[in-house]
Design a binder for this molecule. Structure first.
Ligand code: ATP
Ligand code: MG
Length: 444
């Protein structure tokens, strides 16, 4: 069932002709057994890296000493790379791929023992076939993520494995085996010792993957160590006619129903986080959530900062969360007003439409019609762009210099005036032509 690319079998060939043993390992073997496309090719070998390097150079291949402290060299075959790593067992990890210290070992079995999950601990050789001492193929067939060895020990050695399991669940649609999941939950407090950049990289993979609904529900108690509000969302009954799910389940569906890019998926994760705190029951017993978007922002901002997400991404996510529940009439004026609130950012408006579609689909059936409304908003925006109508300061037929030429003193007043002009143009109180706008400014 596995077909190795030519560069993988060529690499194994070179090493074995030089008298060593070599296997294809890791993500490539897993993905091939699943029949899904895979990226990097990893080869594990008994050769010490210096001897592996010598064998490849001898055979006419270029090599790079990319991670020789950990026994890894990169070989260039037909312009593509193969990572070749000496069999090893690992000391503690401070980054995802490279442990702080390693011990080189003689056999592939020990090398497979140090790997994280059974599905990632399978070796394949073009003639010897699969070497699968941990039952990884059976777990792949059963769609199960299972720690290699004693799960508590493995997650204590390297807590990042906890988030790798969450990310793989979301990417592959696998369930996490019960004892593995329990150990992830038990070891989750260890996540606080891990660098935020490494955490956010795994989390971003998690939120942008195709099975995020099931994975979020399954991993909520684990992820609550990074985002405590998830616990309050879990099981929180909204008590409104518009919702059929609790806040967590609703959130999971919104994420699942949005296209998989970071901006909209992060916004979906946070959009209703403030609901449990904003809730109060009306006299009729129905739930109300006045101002929940503001509370969601107050929870989302520090969480994203702690995760060290890029500040431009944080700003954009917060804008979407803030306005996600605003009703936008599918008419040019209303769309332009929202565009103005979104700093004139067309990409943010499109993401808002994606979020609104996902939100509508995750609500009660009578709300699904709002999907068509979001489609309509996209079309109205198309029309605005086509007609090149003004919706941000840079579209105005006047600028700060024009106002200064009118005798207005430079300073913050200029900005305020331009905003006023833009509002008037969007509201169609004045056409976007220079002479009209200058007259408008002088008359006020
Ligand atoms: P991806 O498709 O995300 O690249 P992958 O399985 O190839 O998945 P990598 O991070 O590229 O993951 O690592 C390659 C292999 O190294 C894994 O399949 C696994 O066997 C091992 N590995 C990586 N990180 C760890 C870790 N933190 N602990 C134990 N083994 C690990
Ligand atoms: Mg990989």
């Amino acid at each position: 069932t596995i077909k190795l690319p030519a560069r993988a079998s060529a690499s194994i060939e070179v090493l074995e002709r030089a008298g060593f043993e070599a296997w294809c390992v890791g993500g490539f073997v897993r993905d091939s057994l699943m029949g899904r496309p895979s990226g990097d090719i990893d080869v594990a070998t008994s050769a010490p890296w210096q001897e592996a390097q010598a064998a490849f150079e001898e055979a006419g291949y270029r090599t790079h000493e990319t991670g020789v402290k950990h026994g890894t060299i990169t070989v260039i075959v037909d312009g593509e790379t193969v990572e070749v790593t000496t069999y090893r067992i690992d000391g503690p990890y401070t980054d995802a791929r490279h442990p702080d210290s390693v011990t080189f070992v003689r056999d592939i079995a020990s090398d497979l023992d140090r790997r994280d999950f059974t599905m990632n601990a399978i070796a394949y050789h073009p003639r010897r076939g699969l070497f699968d001492p941990h039952g990884g193929s059976a777990d792949i067939a059963a769609k199960v993520i299972r720690a290699v060895g004693e799960p508590k020990r493995r997650f204590s050695e390297d807590a990042l494995r906890i988030l790798r399991a969450c990310r793989f669940a979301s990417q592959l649609g696998f369930a996490i085996e019960a004892a593995t999941l329990r150990s992830m939950e038990a070891c989750a407090p260890l996540l606080s010792s891990i660098a935020s950049e490494r955490i956010s990289k795994e989390l971003q993979g998690f939120v942008c993957a195709p099975h995020v609904h099931d994975a979020l529900i399954e991993c909520a108690d684990v992820l609550a160590h990074l985002m405590p509000e998830l616990s309050a969302m879990k099981g929180f009954d909204q008590r409104t006619p518009y919702h059929v799910y609790d806040v967590l389940e609703h959130t999971a569906y919104v994420m699942q129903n949005t296209p998989p890019y970071p901006l909209v998926r992060w916004a979906a994760l946070f959009h209703d986080m403030g609901k449990p705190r904003a809730f109060f029951a009306g006299e009729d017993g129905v739930g109300h959530f006045y101002g929940h978007a503001k509370l969601s922002i107050e929870l989302a901002r520090p969480t994203m900062k702690r995760l060290a997400l890029p500040s431009s991404l944080i700003d954009d996510v917060l804008l979407l969360v803030r306005y996600h529940d605003d009703v936008i009439e599918p008419a040019p004026k209303a769309v332009k007003r929202m565009l103005r609130r979104l700093d004139g950012r067309v990409d943010l408006f499109r993401a808002m439409c994606d979020l609104k579609r996902g939100d509508a689909l995750a609500q009660a059936p009578q709300c699904h019609g709002r999907v068509a409304l979001a489609d309509e908003l996209d079309r109205v925006l198309d029309g605005i762009l086509e007609a090149q109508e003004a919706f941000s300061l840079k579209d105005l037929a006047v600028n700060g210099t024009d106002l200064i030429a009118l005798g207005i003193a430079p300073g913050p007043e200029i900005g305020r005036l331009l905003e006023e002009v833009l509002e008037a143009v969007i509201d169609e109180r004045v056409p976007n032509e220079k002479s009209s706008l200058l007259a408008f400014v002088q008359m006020r």
